[in-house]
Design a protein. Sequence first.
Length: 471
Amino acid sequence: MSDTNGTAIGHDTAVSRVYHAMMHDPATQSGMISQVKPLPEAYYTSFLSDLAKERRPSPIRSLFPLEKVPGVISLLAGKPNASTFPFTSLSFGARSPTNPSEETTLSLSEDELAQGLQYGDTAGLAPLLDWLFGLQEVNHGRKRNEGWKISVGSGSQDLIYKAVAAMVNPGDPVLVESPVYAGVIPMFHSLHCNQIEVETDARGIRSSSLRSILEQWPEGKPKPKVLYTVPYGCNPTGMTATLERRKEVLQLAREHNFIILEDDPYFFLYYGKALRYPSYFALERENGEVGRVLRFDSLSKVLSAGIRIGFASGPEALLKAIDQHTSSLTQAIVFKLLDSWGYDGFRSHTERVSQFYAEKRDIFERAMKKHLTGLAEWSTPEAGMFFWFKLLLSEDNAEDQGGDSEAVIKTKAFEKGVLALPGTVFLPNGRKTAYVRASFSLTPEHDVDLALQRIKDAVLDARTARAGGAN
């Protein structure tokens, strides 16, 4: 990764202002048009993996819509009889999105519970899908008649895995920003993908690196079909891609014919001061043609990690290739909560959550400045829950003496009683790096100070050992 000490760029914290701000930005407004043209379904044939092409639609599920025809008696599905289910009611308490000290009790109606206890539609429960369509219009300005669909999944990572499996064959090259979320590296490995690392810095994915890779691609060798990127508050770097970078990456997607996998689990965890940049999903409307972005959202960071609800938004042809069967009951619970809040309530809740993480970030950075000034370098994140910092393991910090954080973090730091992740686990093809990822989401203030003190001691020990070795 290149220089990470540039100023991090922010984006708007108010969900309902995202699209409003985008539409009132002259630079963006000049490119937006009222009519968009979706890419034809046949366009995506070459983007599907052999596995996806061989999969046949369920002969039973394809007939489910006919059950809703008035007067039809269905002998179709092997659904269990709901009268045998032991659950008779379900209620839960929820904090007010505007006043956390207030609590409301929400109950599923008889029909809602019955729907939640039974097998559901593959794409998701209809009421939740409808709510999410509205959320994407609020957030990204995307309307339903623009050739895209939504599919609910068991968390965004599960959706991403199934999407990649439906789009790449063993040995295919995939473009992956680097450093990258460690959870997707085993996924790409298990699919035997050839991971092509695209450099990033404090302004996000480097479009110049991406362009160089694509323009120097060996002639006659198929180019990558997908690019994986986390544009807001990236795990592990905390970086946010600037508007200029996003537009350049979108242009490269058009020029070199690849799909952008926009993984955005920290979209709602923004705590910066500047307006939020429009997403790839929103920006692709600019030239009037849509369908090169497959977007992944997660409710894990703002509602519950254990409830396992994520959703993908993008071309219908791609989403049809992703086989989903998410828990109907968790979907029913989530919809009940979201419907009671409305979009304004959801915005208020996510603003409160993002402010919580802003305070956690500030506590952590104060301790970093106290203990690691002169011993590490970092950029201040404006979204997410991670610091990505470079250990300065020699006093002169010459470039050719960058060092290896793995040895320091796994041995010296652990021996002193602190755990963090060496940066090498976030590099798709593995190599030494002086970077470290530390999470600030859970640790109380006293332990933060103690942890950074221990990392300081570990770096000083490493410096002493390195100096001794040099002699």
